[in-house]
Write a protein that binds this ligand. Structure first.
Ligand code: SF4
Ligand code: SF4
Ligand code: SF4
Length: 361
């Protein structure tokens, strides 16, 4: 077990703990990778996510599901692969030919491949049923769910291209034995020669800690290229891919915590610091803002707008007039009524008995 404040390496597999939502934000309890890992290699140690390197087999099944791209394998870059998919000669995604486990991709990657290549993307899921990594069926379900979400998105923007799945029957027992053998072989070759054999793409990226995940930047850029031809861009329903927020003017105290803790700067203060902007294109739906807001003023909003997402348009959710409190003389966001800040109003309410006693005496 390495130092959990730095990049943990496990032969093929990197876990950057400083990008992990759970590790960086006290209020976040993301456990996507813990629930997905077929080997139980992730553990919570002193409330932090920690990778036990000797238990990780580098199968890549969890990689595509991490919302902040904290998980990577050195031999395969899903972002580079999705961006250059249009140039691939074999366009079928298969864990036996072109990629590791398809769990390495997220919904964004599937959508980007279809949009950039302007053709259907075929995914060979024939091997999932007999795969040792998918013994409880969870990994296979997650892969299918992402493909479904990508297809819903492609349908919503009226492109004719889809993510197709190929599911052929195979002899399970034979398949498992073969897989084990093949996997050990791959692992061996990478340990001995990490540059060669399974170097499927080369465009490996390094993100600064806690910024916009590259998969979402790729999706936004792909969306920009097609949005001119899309008829309907404004949707009234919720989406598992895009997120929207609203702030209740009367409950919000303008404390600014949501803007300080938002990992992708989707929430940010106005230049006069008297209001809050929100950018749909940057939100990864981690819910940290909702969990951290004491008066519960920020909540999910139904609907999303593809133009705002593609072009990073920000909407002002609240703006305040700052006035001086007549009691303490500190500036505060005025909401109407007597110009007395919440703190003084609370103080007066809490100690009203004491004031009454003092007056009566
Ligand atoms: S999925 Fe990513 S953000 Fe979530 S706990 Fe795992 S490493 Fe952290
Ligand atoms: S929405 Fe909540 S966290 Fe954000 S500024 Fe308002 S009160 Fe503070
Ligand atoms: S706006 Fe909220 S849900 Fe979206 S990325 Fe920021 S903290 Fe997470």
């Amino acid at each position: 077990m390495g130092n959990m404040n730095f990049v943990q390496r496990s032969n093929l597999f990197n876990f950057t703990a400083t990008r992990c939502l759970r590790n960086e934000y006290y209020h976040n309890d993301c456990r996507i990778c813990i629930d997905l890992c077929p080997k139980g290699a992730f553990h919570i140690v002193r409330n932090k996510l920690t990778l036990f390197e000797n238990e990780c087999i580098g199968c890549a099944g969890c990689i595509g599901s991490c919302p902040t791209e904290s998980l990577e394998i050195e031999s395969f870059d899903p972002n580079g692969f999705a961006a250059s998919y249009v140039n691939q000669s074999d366009t079928t995604l298969s864990c036996k030919v072109s990629t590791p486990c398809l769990g390495v991709f997220d919904t964004e990657h599937y959508a980007v491949m279809a949009l950039r290549s302007q053709k259907n993307v075929a995914c060979d899921l024939s091997h999932c049923a007999g795969c040792v990594l998918n013994e409880n069926g969870k990994l296979g379900d997650v892969i299918r769910e992402k493909i479904d979400v990508a297809n819903d998105f492609l349908t919503s923007i009226q492109t004719p291209y889809r993510i197709e799945t190929i599911e052929m029957q195979e002899q399970q027992n034979e398949r498992r034995a073969l897989f084990r053998k093949g996997f050990e072989k791959i692992k061996e070759s990478v340990v001995n020669d990490s540059g060669a054999e399974i170097a499927m793409t080369t465009a490996h990226h390094k993100l600064p800690d806690m910024k916009m995940p590259l998969k979402r930047i790729l999706l936004k850029n792909s969306l920009k290229e097609v949005i001119g031809g899309v008829e309907k861009t404004d949707f009234a329903e919720t989406s598992p891919l895009f997120f929207n927020k609203q702030i209740d003017f009367h409950s919000c105290t303008n404390c600014g915590e949501c803007t300080q803790f938002c990992p992708t700067d989707a929430l940010f203060p106005t230049s006069d610091k008297q209001g809050i902007f929100f950018s749909q294109g940057k939100c990864i739906g981690c819910s940290i803002c909702e969990e951290i807001c004491k008066p519960k003023a920020i909540t999910k909003k139904v609907g999303f707008d593809l133009v705002s997402i593609a072009f990073d348009r920000a909407e002002q959710l609240v703006h305040y007039e700052m006035v001086m409190c007549h009691e303490c003389r500190c500036p505060y966001p005025y909401k109407g009524g007597d110009p007395i800040c919440d703190r003084c109003a609370d103080y007066t309410k809490t100690f009203s008995n004491m004031f009454t006693l003092a007056k009566d005496m």
